[in-house]
Design a protein around this ligand. Structure first.
Ligand code: NOJ
Length: 567
């Protein structure tokens, strides 16, 4: 197949290798439902919007979609505050819309991964409301982590834990009789109380949730805060540093994460997934120290965990090489391929990240006065994507990265919804969640039939709209399409195919040899000449399969990646 292959041929070829469990080398496209496509005109994306755009994703060549939560939710944290795990929020549609979306995806050969949020619910969940109404010590209250406060009258929080979204991790309630009462734990927003996983009823509840979505055809789960759930016994204070702040040594995690008990949850879930046909899987969102990964992954535990090291790697040969070598070694150790990610709904989009100096210290989101070099950012982002898609294991794409969308930094504060922004005034994550541009010349860039959009889209989105890039040689969309299809055709995602680094390349060039395909990334700001003789063979006259920028024979331009066929 050549990069120009027809769509029909692409589709037929899309099936994953029959001898490989589909998730091991899958390209998975993350849909953030509220910002993907709006069918009913309210300015918020929805499930019928996703269904209508599935052919676009099929043509992109991905194997699966992962949808961020679309369940009933007050939307205090973009749906990661679930009030009913077994229903669809009316903003996003209905259960039958979900069924239709899953069925249509399957017809098109796409697997569907849904999000599961087991660490916390919404404070509007009926069980939390019942816990509030029932008194201290009641079975209802025992579904969540409630504790008496310290101090003479319980006026101080039970311990010194702070929330990932800033501020205290505890909120005091008013008891049903109007008196100040117990405190409940929320590692995230006040509106997201933590479940009490010491209670067997919580285990049962989530087993039911798993079965509910497996029965409806979900092929897998992305597990939110997968290293949370089990808190240390006795809820002890965390150690504080000399500044009085909670001390989290480099490479470590807060005291309430990564406690051993959490592993039992995966041992409990795995047989449930295995009892269904079709390689149902779970991928963990677990920000844990590397040496802990083998404890989470395996035949009786979870299938995969996100590897965020590649996303965090600075632009440069050594940093990027290390971010490839480490997870590959770990993958060997755990017997499960790694996952590659450059963007998601929680981080600054990589087209903007790379527009800053490699040693730039990012905060939470981009402030309006933090202005990237947009051209350089996109150029490097495209190169990094080509590198990522050449690596063995699964690759997770975030909606809009295939269009080269930048982070939006000038969202008016009053329109921002991220709880971190509301709690601490940081810009937060809304900048990577702006609704997608589908049609350059339509109101709201075709996101919604009315032109409405829950966050304003910047003018820069116009030329990046999907229709403006469709069929345009050299566009970011066409580069993604070509690379995703070639990756499958060439078997680059296959976890058993070797990765060899080429050591004899010009300075500043990263070289990865995958059989007769060599991937080069020129990280310098000048064009390099390729050698006719190297460990990878004759690179000077090798065939260019795909490039992140226009190339001339025997050269790689600055900040550019190429895939070369050497024989
Ligand atoms: C991780 C999710 O990706 C993020 O969006 C969310 O805010 C937190 N977990 C809390 O659920």
């Amino acid at each position: 197949m050549t990069p120009q292959t027809s769509l029909a041929a692409r589709t037929a070829e899309q099936q994953t290798s029959p001898d490989l469990q589909w998730w091991r080398d899958a390209v998975v496209y993350q849909v953030y439902p509220r910002s993907f496509a709006d069918s009913d005109g309210d300015g918020m994306g929805d499930l019928p919007g996703v269904t209508a755009r599935l052919p676009y994703l099929r043509d992109l060549g991905v194997d699966a979609i992962w949808l961020s939560p679309f369940y009933t939710s007050p939307q205090k944290d973009g749906g990661y505050d679930v009030s009913d795990y077994q229903d669809v929020d009316p903003r996003f549609g209905s259960l039958s819309d979900a069924d239709e979306m899953i069925a249509r995806a399957h017809e098109l050969g796409l697997k569907v991964i849904v999000d599961i949020v087991p660490n916390h619910s919404s404070d509007q969940h009926v069980l939390f409301q019942q816990a509030l109404a029932a008194g201290p010590g009641s079975p209802e209250r025992d579904m969540y982590v409630f504790a008496d406060g310290k101090g003479e009258n319980g006026e101080l929080p039970p311990n010194n834990w702070t929330s990932i979204f800033h501020g205290q991790a505890w909120t005091r309630i008013t008891e049903a009789d109007g008196t100040p009462g117990q405190w409940y734990l929320h590692i995230f927003d006040t509106s997201q109380p933590d479940w009490n996983w010491e209670n067997p009823r919580v285990h049962e509840l989530f087993q039911d949730v798993l079965r509910f979505w497996l029965d409806r055809g979900a092929d897998g789960f992305r597990v939110d805060v997968a290293h949370g759930m089990i808190k240390p016994e006795g809820l002890p204070d965390a150690t504080v540093n000399s500044a009085g702040l909670i001390d989290i040594p480099e490479g470590e995690v807060p005291i309430y994460f990564d406690n051993d008990g959490v592993l039992d949850i995966y041992r409990e879930w795995r047989p449930i997934l295995d009892s269904y046909e079709g390689d149902r899987m779970m991928v963990l969102e677990a920000w844990i120290p590397e040496h802990r990964l083998p404890l989470y992954i395996g035949d009786e535990k979870a299938h995969q965990s996100f590897n965020f090291g590649f996303l965090q790697a600075r632009w440069g040969v050594e940093t990027m090489r290390a971010a490839i070598e480490k997870p590959l070694a770990l993958a060997d150790a755990v017997g499960s391929p790694t996952t590659w990610v450059l963007s998601n709904h929680d981080v600054i989009r990589h087209a903007s990240r790379y527009g800053f100096a490699p040693d730039y210290e990012f905060g939470e989101g981009l402030r309006r006065d933090e202005i990237p070099d947009a051209e350089l950012g996109l150029r490097r982002a495209r190169a990094a994507t080509l590198l990522m898609l050449s690596l063995p294991g699964s690759a997770y794409l975030y909606q809009g990265e295939e269009l080269g969308l930048p982070e939006v930094s000038d969202i008016p504060d009053e329109l921002r919804e991220d709880p971190s922004h509301l709690r601490a005034g940081v810009p937060g994550r809304d900048g990577c969640r702006v609704p997608l541009p589908w049609t350059q010349d339509a109101p709201g860039y075709g996101f919604s039939p009315t032109g409405k959009s829950w966050l304003p889209q910047p003018e820069a989105f116009g030329p990046l709209a999907a229709d403006a890039q469709d069929g345009v040689e050299g566009s970011t969309l066409e580069m993604y399409r070509t690379a995703v299809h070639l990756r499958r055709e060439l078997g680059l995602g296959r976890p058993d195919a070797a990765v060899v680094f080429a050591e004899d390349l010009p300075a500043g060039v990263l070289g990865v040899i995958r059989g007769d395909v060599t991937i080069l990334v020129n990280t310098t700001d000048a064009q390099v000449e390729l050698p006719a003789s190297s460990v990878a063979g004759d690179l000077a006259s090798a065939e260019v399969l795909v490039a992140s920028a226009p190339t001339s024979p025997g050269t790689v331009p600055a900040d550019t990646a190429v895939w070369l066929r050497t024989s």
